[in-house]
Every structure is written in C-alpha cells, then in structure tokens.
Design a protein around this ligand. Structure first.
Ligand code: GKR
Ligand code: MG
Length: 424
C-alpha cells in the first residue's frame, strides 16, 4: 500500500528558455537562460515542484542530494536539509551560483536545499488541500507587488534582429522600456540595473526616470561596481530620489563605509547572502534592506527566519530575482504573501521572458495592477505542462550552454571587457 507523503522519486530536469541581451557589471545575458526543474514524486503519485539554477555544477549537487532523500517524507524537511549539507562534504567544485559569480559560496547548502523544500511544501499543501501561503502562516496580502526591472540592453543579440524591447543604451531608451513594461504589467516601482556605464551617466538616467515617472519609487543596483568614494558621491546625488541604493560597493565593509554617509537605506543581495553574514553586517549597520531570495536563503521557511531576524534588528526586506520561470514566481509570491515585513515591491525578471515559454500549464498565474494574484489552489497552485517541459529540456540539450557566463559572452563582442569590481 502506498504511504502518504513518502518520497518515491526525485526528478531533476535542466531546461533553457530564450533570454535577451541584458547588460550588467559582469557582461551580458546569453541568448538562453538555464534553470532546473525539480519534481518530487510520492508513493501515492502526488508530485511537488521546485525550480532552481541550471548550471552544471549546481545540477550535480542537486543530483547528489536527491538520492538519499528518497524514502523520507515530505514533512522531514530538517532531515532533507541535513542530507543537503552532508552531500557537500567532499564537494570541491566552484561556481554554479547561476548568478554569473555575483554571489559567494557561503550559501551553497541552502541553494541545494531550496528547491527540495519548495517541492515538499507543494506536496504538503496538496495533501492538506491548502495553498503554500497557508502553510507559511497565511496570507497577509492577496496579491504581491513586483517592480519594473529595467536593464540597459542591446537591441537584440548580435547578428539577430531587434527583439520586442529594442535597444536601451541611454535615458530615452530606458524610459521607453519602462513605459512598455509598466503599460503591460502596471508596476508601481522601478529598479534600474546599473554598473554598466560610468556612474554619472547612470545618475543622469535615474534623474530622467524621476522626471518621466514622478510618482514611482526608484532604485539603482550597480552590483558593487563602485568604490566607496564613488558610492558616496552617487548616494549624495540621488538623495531624495531613490528609495534605496542596492549594492553600490563590494562586501560588508564597503557597504558599511558607504552607509555611514548615505542619505538613503542601502540594500543588498551580494554582501549579505547567508545567515553567517548577518552578525557582521548588523554590527556595522552595513545594510538596511536585505533582498531575500528563497533560492539561496534555503527555501521558503528559512526565508521567513531571515524575515524575523530583519524585523528584530530593524532591517527591512525586499526580494531579489534572477531569470526564472513560473514555478519560482509562484513560490516567490506565496512567500511574499505570507511574510508581513516583505513589503517592498519584489524584483522579477518575468517581463524578459517570452510570455508563452514556461514549464507550467497556462492560466495559474494572473497579473493585476503591478501585482501577481496569490494562487489559492492547494500547494503552489501551478501544474507541470509536460509537453512544455520536454520542449524547454530539448532547448537545454540543443543550446550547448552548461552554465551562466555573462563575461565570456560579452568578450565575444568586446574582447577587452573586464568584470572587475569595483570598476569606478
Ligand atoms: O540578471 C542580471 O543581470 C542581474 O544582474 C542578476 O544577475 C542579479 O543577480 C540581480 O538581479 C541583482 O539584483 O543583483
Ligand atoms: Mg541586486
């Protein structure tokens, strides 16, 4: 007889979907973004979904942890976390953070654990007839606001026609891009990915965005491309204009030095990316806003632990994003809906994805007025579309990429490009 909640199988499928040439401090996005889709299947046939990075190093780590998970139940998430930690004991591989090297290795075990935990919660919800938000304490908001995440970008990948967004290499291009995204989704906050052009140019872009969108909160994120001195200059220029400045300078010490003088809160998804980073950051008041991300903070419940620590120590919470598909968006939305102090508009790369390209069945995720409506069906509220999964897996096999590498791609077109930070 099959037993409820006992894990019979874990299936990990690498996938690839089209991406646009988005620029950042370490290079430019390649034509394909990689992800892994994690399916946990129980003895009674119930399945749960998780989504994570698609780099080969990370895939290897997921596979190593997956074997020993079989036979546990989906309620044994502490034991699953322990297995993830132990599976890394002899791990000598580097990289695989799916973020083009922008995050340290401090949170590797939490990165491996995260999609398994999300899939377990999906099944727990399905078996209980409850949405994941309910398992996390219940919704405090019925929809979750996201921000319009602007990027400097080329018109299209070199050698190809312009994509639907076209180029954005100056303030006018960014304003056009912002209008397009906001017209479609209704976002009520704007984030600009910086670290691409000299700081004065990016300051000017933010000032032009302020004129074009006088009522919307703004943010700028150069991914630690500036020295402490440059960061202080930018902070002063943008006083009263941005709601927070994200990762201006590298490392906790750099952020702390900037924070001493900055007239606005500093946010991070680079300096503080693991629980071990919190004490030194708090001691130095290095960051005032943590951009949580369940993919590297160890899943939804550990992200809520992070939220509690932030609440206790007077830090605020926002949410970080990488290129992702619908399973991640559903998980991010359940988490934000059930975390009272996650009250900034969250980041998402969703607008950069082709609307029809995903692994989930259509219709589960609905945008309204800049927000995603929290799914109320049991579990995450999204189901796999197996034909689409097969197509995106075929993309993965055909595209030839095995890791995210923005720098190498950029150097094909600008051989002297340097990803060194700080750059200015
Ligand atoms: O997708 C990108 O190019 C972003 O720069 C991403 O890799 C960052 O991790 C992220 O969005 C951030 O806020 O730093
Ligand atoms: Mg960031």
């Amino acid at each position: 007889m099959s037993r409820r909640g006992v894990i019979k199988d874990v299936v990990i499928t690498p996938v690839a979907f089209h991406d646009m040439p988005l620029l950042n401090s370490v290079g430019v996005h390649e034509p394909w973004a990689l992800r892994s889709i994690i399916e946990i299947v129980c003895e009674d046939g119930t399945y749960g979904l998780g989504e994570s990075y698609g780099d080969s190093t990370h895939l290897g780590r997921l596979e190593r942890a997956a074997g020993p998970i079989k036979g546990l139940t989906v309620y044994d998430t502490n034991a699953i976390h322990k297995i993830c930690v132990e599976s890394l004991t002899d791990d000598r591989s580097t990289g695989g953070d799916g973020m083009a090297g922008m995050v340290t290795t401090a949170s590797v075990a939490d990165k491996v654990f995260s999609p398994f935990e999300v899939a377990c919660l999906d099944i727990q919800g399905k078996l209980a007839g409850l949405p994941v938000s309910q398992l996390l304490g219940g919704r405090v908001r019925d929809s979750v606001q996201y921000s319009a995440y602007l990027f400097y970008k080329w018109g299209g990948h070199p050698g190809e026609p312009d994509d639907e967004y076209g180029p954005a290499l100056d303030p006018a291009g960014l304003i056009k891009q912002a209008h397009k995204i906001i017209d479609e989704f209704g976002f009520k906050a704007i984030k600009l990915k910086g670290g691409v052009y000299p700081p004065a140019q990016e300051v000017e872009a933010i000032k032009e965005l302020r004129k074009a969108f006088p009522d919307l909160p703004l943010r700028l994120d150069p991914n630690a491309a500036w020295t402490v001195e440059t960061s202080k200059w930018v902070a002063n220029e943008l006083k009263g204009i941005v709601e927070y400045l994200e990762d201006p300078a590298p490392e906790i010490e750099g952020m702390a030095a900037v924070a001493k003088d900055a007239p606005m809160p500093l946010a991070t998804n680079m300096a503080v990316v693991a629980f071990s980073h919190l004490p030194p950051s708090i001691l130095q008041n290095a960051v005032q806003v943590v951009l949580s991300d369940h993919h590297f903070w160890g899943g939804l419940r550990r992200s809520q632990t992070l939220a509690s620590i932030c609440a206790i120590w007077g830090m605020r919470l926002s949410m970080h994003s990488n290129s992702h598909l619908g399973i991640s968006l559903a998980a991010m939305t359940h988490l934000a809906s059930a975390t009272p102090n996650l009250d900034y508009a969250c980041d998402t790369h969703w607008p950069w994805k082709r609307r029809d390209e995903d692994v989930i069945a259509d219709g589960a995720l609905k945008w309204a007025d800049g927000a995603l409506v929290v799914p109320t069906a049991p579990g995450l509220g999204v189901e796999l579309d197996r034909a689409k999964l097969a197509q995106l897996h075929q993309n993965y096999l055909d595209c030839g990429l095995t890791k995210r590498d923005d720098t190498t791609y950029m150097r094909k077109f600008q051989p002297d490009f340097s990803p060194k930070i700080p750059k200015w």
